[in-house]
Structures are given as structure tokens and as C-alpha cells.
Design a protein around this ligand. Structure first.
Ligand code: FES
Length: 85
């Protein structure tokens, strides 16, 4: 795994209305020690909202692994796990 943790926040309509707007504050909410390790991107619909087997919006990809029902605290917790690994 590279040192940089890549986070892709879906900001398509389904994800946005289900809470992705909060997750887009990630950069501001990350502690400075983690901020420099994380590359954050927003994107249009990742397509997961059209597949009921994927769980519920909002969706975030963290190092290529999709998280459903994502929240800002869940995303930060996962980033901490990866940063400590
Ligand atoms: S709007 Fe986010 S996966 Fe479709």
C-alpha cells in the first residue's frame, strides 16, 4: 500500500441527499497529522446506488474499497485504521 490514502466521495444526487454533503467536509475535519496522508476527490455517481446489493448511499471509496452508508466519523475512523496499519 502506498503512503497516500485515496478517498473518493460520491457526490451524485443519491449520495449527496443521503449525507455526502457532510462527508465533503472531510478535509476540514481531518486532524493535521492525517490530512497530509489523504488525497480527497469528489466524483459524480459511482454507480453503486443502482445496485441494491451494495448497501445504501452515501458511498465513499477508500483505497479502492467501497463503504456504504458512509458518515464523516466512519470515514475518519477507516482512514485512521489505514494510517496506523
Ligand atoms: S449517486 Fe453515489 S453511487 Fe450513485
Amino acid at each position: 500500500m502506498s503512503d497516500t490514502i485515496k478517498v473518493v466521495i460520491c457526490s451524485g444526487t443519491a449520495c449527496y441527499v443521503m449525507g455526502a454533503s457532510d462527508i465533503l467536509l472531510l478535509e476540514e475535519e481531518l486532524p493535521a497529522s492525517l490530512r497530509e496522508r489523504v488525497q480527497i476527490e469528489g466524483c459524480t455517481c459511482l454507480g453503486y446506488c443502482k445496485d441494491s446489493g451494495r448497501g445504501k448511499a452515501p458511498f465513499v471509496e477508500i483505497d479502492g474499497v467501497v463503504m456504504s452508508s458512509a458518515t464523516l466519523p466512519k470515514v475518519i475512523a477507516r482512514i485512521r485504521e489505514l494510517a496506523d496499519a
